[in-house]
Design a protein around this ligand. Structure first.
Ligand code: NAD
Ligand code: MG
Length: 394
């Protein structure tokens, strides 16, 4: 029996993870569930899974949850705040930590899990984008196991020689490059000029995947793929010129590894996050995920095309930040979070997201990113500059 801490239980990945866990009560037991403010959802999840601990980031929400649980006669202990998130991530009582908080907020608890040597199922790509070097160091120094949940990285993990992260495990085994596939999001067939006028509602309506709001906008701008290029760099120890992005509108091939002998290995399946979640949970074994089997004859076509950096400037910015190194990727991530939030609140246009990030990257001087303090300070400064830019351009 493995004990699981699920950070971000009420989100899209959190709910999919609980769906998989519920299919295997003989293998997994939930130790802790956490959420930001969604009291009612976390209450329902506590009733079903009876975790030992529940954490709400927000203090008043924690009080409400504790009251509801008490009335229902459920024993779960309720904690509040960021410290509590770290506490349940590093607790001796948990084996697996699913990192499914969205954005920079996921960094500290995920780092705590790494320091405690846990099995980390990583959905929160922002942790690697902000501080990949520091994070990978903690993973290796403390004997943690990092299992990618992001569908592309999970696909690559499955296609690599020993199904393991970090280049030293497969160096000399003939990997030429990896190919990340991207659906292209809801605007892939639009004219460049039409992007000026798209709405938040259109942006979050992804053609193939059902996801949280922030990552849905990131998919529309392709910043999501840019963040994934950076994530792949740290996870698999590859340089940016060994990480290619191509458009694949059906989202059936989740990514590929290209070998020097001409072999290209692809991982396929219906676009449902329960597959990579189940894969990471059960690795190196396999368990049922509830995902509908892939019907290739019904799908019938697999199309591929170039990911155009003019049409998707956020993808180009992510490659630039990765090549520039240091905290540039943390700056990129923070500016993107602010810009996406402003777009979702109708304060800026869709095309202003890339403009904001470009402005912040060109204004700030990055540091080498060798300490967490530097990363957090540059993250903070980036948010300020992005917010000022948005205000001054209204
Ligand atoms: P979501 O918005 O649906 O859920 C986010 C979760 O984090 C919620 O439980 C929320 O309560 C919690 N949360 C939000 N802000 C918080 C804060 N400040 N402190 C503590 N908790 C907070 O997001 P999602 O789509 O499930 O994505 C989660 C992560 O997984 C993201 O990093 C995303 O990039 C990654 N990811 C998601 C998908 C997907 O299909 N949804 C696929 C690949 C990777
Ligand atoms: Mg992905």
């Amino acid at each position: 029996m493995q004990a699981v801490t699920l950070l971000g239980a009420t989100g899209s990945i959190g709910v999919s993870t609980l769906d998989v866990l519920a299919r295997h009560p003989d293998k997994y037991q939930v130790y802790a569930l956490t959420a930001n403010r969604s009291v009612d959802t976390l209450f329902a999840q506590c009733r079903q899974f009876e975790p030992e601990v529940a954490v709400m980031l927000d203090e008043p929400s924690a009080e409400r949850l504790a009251k509801q649980l008490k009335m229902a006669g459920i024993q779960t202990q309720v904690l509040a705040g960021t410290q509590a998130l770290e506490q349940v991530a590093e607790s001796d009582k948990t084996d697996y930590v699913v990192a499914a908080i969205v954005g920079a907020a996921g960094l500290l608890p995920t780092l705590a899990a790494a320091r405690a040597g846990k099995h980390i199922l990583l959905a929160n790509k922002e942790a690697l984008v902000m501080s990949g070097g520091l994070f990978m160091h903690e993973v290796e120094a403390n004997g943690a196991t990092l299992l990618p949940v992001d569908s592309e990285h999970n696909a690559i993990w499955q296609c690599l020689p020993v199904g393991n992260t970090q280049k030293h495990h497969y160096d000399g085994k003939g990997v030429r490059k990896i190919i990340l596939t991207a659906s292209g999001g809801p605007f892939r067939d639009y004219d460049l000029a039409a992007l000026e006028h798209v709405t938040p509602e259109q942006a979050v309506a992804h053609p193939n995947w059902s996801m949280g709001q922030k990552i849905s906008v990131d998919s529309a701008t392709m910043m999501n793929k840019g963040l994934e290029v950076i994530e792949a760099h740290w996870l698999f120890g590859l340089q940016s010129n060994q990480i290619e992005v191509i458009l694949h509108r059906q989202s059936i091939i989740h990514s590929m590894v290209d070998y020097v002998d001409g072999s290209v290995l692809a991982q396929m399946g219906n676009p449902d996050m329960r597959t990579p979640i189940a894969n990471a949970l059960a690795w190196p074994n396999r368990i049922d995920s509830g995902v509908v089997p892939l019907d290739l004859v019904a799908a019938s076509r697999l199309d591929f095309s170039v990911a155009d950096h003019t049409f998707f400037p956020c993808l180009a910015l992510a490659y630039q930040a990765l090549d520039a190194g240091g905290t540039n990727t943390a700056i990129l991530n923070a500016a993107n979070e602010v810009a996406v939030d402003a777009f979702l609140h109708s304060q800026i246009k869709f095309t202003d997201i890339a403009r904001t990030i470009e402005h912040v990257l060109s204004t700030m001087t990055a540091s080498d990113g060798s300490t967490l303090q530097q990363v957090l300070a540059d993250d903070e400064q980036s948010r300020q500059i992005a917010a000022e830019f948005i205000k001054s351009n209204k």
